[in-house]
Design a protein around this ligand. Sequence first.
Ligand code: CA
Length: 247
Amino acid sequence: MGTPVPTVLLVEDEAALREALAFSLARHGYQVRTAADGPAALESVRAGPPDIIILDVMLPGLDGFEVCRLLRRESTVPIIMLTARTDEVDRVVGLEIGADDYVTKPFSTRELLARIKALLRRQQMVQQPPAAQSEVVRLGALVVDMAERRALCCGQELRLKPRVFDLLAFLVQHPNRVFTREQLLQRVWGYEYTGGTRTVDVHVRWLRAVLAQHGCHPAQSGRLPQIETVRGVGYRLSMPREPAAIP
Ligand code: CA
């Protein structure tokens, strides 16, 4: 399943191409992070690995091949190289040093999207054997359908903003584990921590409000997971220890 919204790190020095591609990728539902050169790309990956990297070969300073080599020392994230030449040597070198695929410029957005999809699918199959794959996660009275992006409580649909759903989907897949706000930002929002952890607090508050207002039968409310604030650490989704008392 992976994260509900895959994060793409786009490494391209030409601003116009970078922005156009970032725009297209975002429009097709990806979280997009960008880097204009190799060192920025390495820094971005260290701050929080993306799901896939689009790496241009022609970069100033460290070229794409060198960046790919360095990335491969510390990461197995799928890499698609953008090569400017139809030169076969470029493609072979790219694949030899650990890139997973390549696209030759000029390319259509459609072609790049198809390659991204194929690689992400392959990666998911590697990470999760089919038997362990579950599209529907149940936790107490809460049912979250990842594929349909719906959350139900006692059969009633919870009305959640897209990012609030992503937060719930992530937490429900990792019950009882404490995450810091920075970790949630990286795993749910997909961007590196830049001091904006208030975003997490706001979304947690929205999610709590929806969970609190749902029209669940009182007898079931003790079975509804709660988002606990773990003082000095972050948040955790857990089941209440005791069923809630029915007044
Ligand atoms: Ca370039």
